[in-house]
Design a protein around this ligand. Structure first.
Ligand code: FES
Length: 85
């Protein structure tokens, strides 16, 4: 059994207003086959929105990598990639 992919969804203010609320639907949207491969956590500000070099909110950390400008489909695609790796 491989390790779970940890997904941390920032729901601090900057991320929330930029669409993190949609990404929080991830848990419901994940196909059953992926559900037990993923561990989802919410977080208050991860700090990336404070650094212009990080890119745009919302930020989601997936398996330790930060995704800027995250959307639900992008997060889902990345989880699929990691789950198949
Ligand atoms: S509110 Fe998300 S990184 Fe700051």
């Amino acid at each position: 059994m491989s390790e779970k992919i940890k997904v941390v969804i920032c729901s601090g203010t900057a991320c929330y207003v930029m669409g993190a609320s949609d990404i929080l639907l991830l848990e419901e949207e994940l196909p059953a086959a992926l559900r037990d491969r993923v561990e989802i956590e919410g977080a208050t500000c991860l700090g990336f929105c404070k650094d212009p070099k990080s890119g745009k909110a919302p930020f989601v950390s997936i398996g330790g990598e930060v995704m800027a400008g995250a959307t639900l489909p992008k997060v889902m695609a990345r989880i699929r990639e990691l789950a198949n790796a």
